[in-house]
Design a protein around this ligand. Structure first.
Ligand code: DX5
Ligand code: ZN
Length: 218
């Protein structure tokens, strides 16, 4: 089943609670929460206190995408603040520390995911594939919303889907960056089943229509 995860990076931060209520009514499945530290990516967004506040006013599934250096230092805090799933980049630390981060998230009863930047090969996900609930393939360089979908990532999505089918068939495959009603079918055809969309949802006045436009049949 396709899941739609609007990224609140493109929401109106002065009324985040209402924005979440709107996407819930619109039929979104997850809230995608983009955390940026200004080191791992060249931008700074929001973090633990904002997640904690949103958790109090929303029961939606919080998909936390950590674009931060050495996330093992913070995964416990994000779980405590209300994350349902915590996503760490494979480029953000050593394999040993990333495995520790994933174990910590799982021990706290939350779901786990690893993310690959556009320049990172599918093989980099290999050590984590049996251990995660989801893999996220970035289809833009992480750091900013509103960029164009990188078509050269489609092959990587296919490769990861093939490996997942072999070793972890229940695993979700999420794509993030430049997802629109035009690019969503390409990602789905390649094997993704969770679509992150920032500007394609929060940039549209009618959120219900925006979410529906992404839930395309392939
Ligand atoms: C980029 C973020 C994305 C971003 C997507 O670093 O990870 O989640 O918000 O925005 P759009 O859908 O506008 O490309
Ligand atoms: Zn993201």
């Amino acid at each position: 089943m396709i899941k739609i995860a609007p990224s609140i990076l493109s929401a109106d931060f002065s009324r985040l609670g209402e924005e979440l209520a709107e996407i819930k009514t619109a039929g979104a499945d997850y809230v995608h929460f983009d955390v940026m530290d200004g080191i791992f990516v060249p931008n700074i967004s929001f973090g633990i206190p904002v997640l904690k506040s949103l958790r109090k006013c929303s029961d939606m599934f919080m998909d936390v995408h950590l674009m931060i250096d050495r996330p093992v230092r913070y995964v416990k805090a994000f779980c405590g603040a209300g994350a349902d799933l915590v996503n760490v980049h494979v480029e953000s630390d050593t394999q040993e520390n990333l495995l520790l981060a994933l174990e910590t998230i799982r021990a706290l009863g939350k779901k786990t995911a690893v993310t690959l930047k556009p320049g990172t090969p599918a093989s980099a996900a290999e050590p984590y594939l049996p251990l995660v609930d989801m893999v996220l393939i970035m289809t833009v360089e992480p750091g900013f919303g509103g960029q164009s979908f990188m078509h050269d990532q489609l092959d990587k999505i296919r490769q990861i889907r093939r490996r997942m089918d072999e070793i972890n068939p229940g695993c979700d495959l999420e794509v993030d960056g430049g997802i629109t009603p035009e690019t969503a079918p390409l990602a789905l055809e390649a094997g993704a089943n969770v679509l992150v969309a920032g500007s394609a949802v929060f940039g549209k006045p009618d959120r219900k229509a925006a979410v529906a436009a992404l839930r395309v049949e392939i």
